[in-house]
Design a protein around this ligand. Structure first.
Ligand SMILES: Nc1ncnc2c1ncn2[C@@H]1O[C@H](COP(=O)(O)OP(=O)(O)OP(=O)(O)O)[C@@H](O)[C@H]1O
Ligand SMILES: [Mg+2]
Length: 276
């Protein structure tokens, strides 16, 4: 693209503005006296892949759980695709949204946890189709068709009829990914999805996540200790500590040229652990 045209496109983009798919506005979250998140502002663009890194206890999971509607913010708002998640406006004031609204909004968001939480008494296929049928009123036929497609995507087309206990940890986690994908979320949160796995099973799960990321359809929030992975697939890395976003930027900057003392020492500690 010629320089002048490129500039014009940039200017137009700014004028039109891209509506973020996720917008945290002045979000604080406390558990009792402990403030875990302090006035967080964070926009995630459609299709953007954001990695969240930071020390244990810095509020990474809480950030994801607020978006998944598993924890309620103490103050502030979250918007998903331009719509308030936890609130609605009534007579110009913000009031808490009802369960019906939360339920509907939740359909836009998928979350994969460290522990897979599969239903042990259901086959793999049933694990994957249960939510779309019950929560999204998807026709059974369509759910089966989509479920099979998603299981194929995560490399488990052969395992439709088996039960979770018959799968390895890596396979279970891939089922959990298929189960989230089948709902067509606009944003997926991956919370340390490989940290409970035996080391030899980590690669297959990261590979699946990478493929989904490359398809590029959804925004992703990757809470991770896998720094190489974050570097490889994230558009932006966010380093949080003490309830604040301390530093953020492209992976090359965050890992290659960390500015704050806190990020520098986090990365140094991390690298020395890796080296052991
Ligand atoms: N439901 C809860 N009740 C009370 N305290 C909580 C609750 N959930 C989280 N916390 C506390 O909030 C802080 C942040 O927890 P969070 O799980 O968000 O951290 P994290 O960054 O995900 O840590 P890790 O890297 O260990 O997973 C911790 O001190 C934790 O003990
Ligand atoms: Mg966590």
């Amino acid at each position: 693209m010629p320089d002048t045209l490129e500039k014009e496109v940039q200017v137009n983009k700014k004028k039109v503005g891209i509506q973020p798919i996720v917008r945290y506005r002045n979000i604080s979250k406390s558990f009792g006296d402990l403030e875990v998140l302090s006035d967080i502002n964070l926009d995630i663009a459609p299709r953007e892949k954001v990695a969240i890194i930071g020390p244990s206890g810095s509020g990474k999971t809480t950030l994801g759980r607020l978006l998944m509607t598993l924890e309620e913010p103490t103050s502030g708002t979250i918007e998903v695709d331009g719509e308030l998640l936890w609130h609605r406006k009534a007579k110009g004031k913000l009031v808490r949204a009802n369960e019906h609204h939360l339920h509907r909004m939740r359909g836009n968001i998928g979350m994969i946890f460290q522990h897979f939480n599969l239903f042990p008494h259901m086959s793999i296929l049933r694990n994957v189709i249960e939510a779309p049928i019950r929560v999204q009123d998807m026709e059974r036929e369509e759910a089966i068709e989509r479920g099979m497609l998603m299981l194929d995507k995560v490399g488990l087309a052969e395992k439709l009829d088996v039960y979770p206990a018959q799968l390895s940890g890596g396979q279970k986690q891939r089922v959990a990914i298929a189960r989230a994908l089948v709902m067509r979320p606009k944003v997926m949160i991956f919370d340390e999805v490989t940290s409970a796995l035996d080391p030899e099973l980590v690669g297959e799960v990261l590979e699946v996540i990478k493929e989904i990321a490359e398809e590029g359809e959804m925004a992703m929030m990757l809470i991770t200790h896998e720094m190489d992975f974050a570097r490889e697939i994230a558009d932006r890395v966010i380093f949080g500590d003490g309830g604040y976003i301390v530093e953020q930027g492209p992976p090359s900057e965050i890992f290659g040229n960390p500015q704050s003392e806190r990020l520098q020492s986090f990365l140094t500690r991390f690298r020395s652990q890796e080296g052991n």
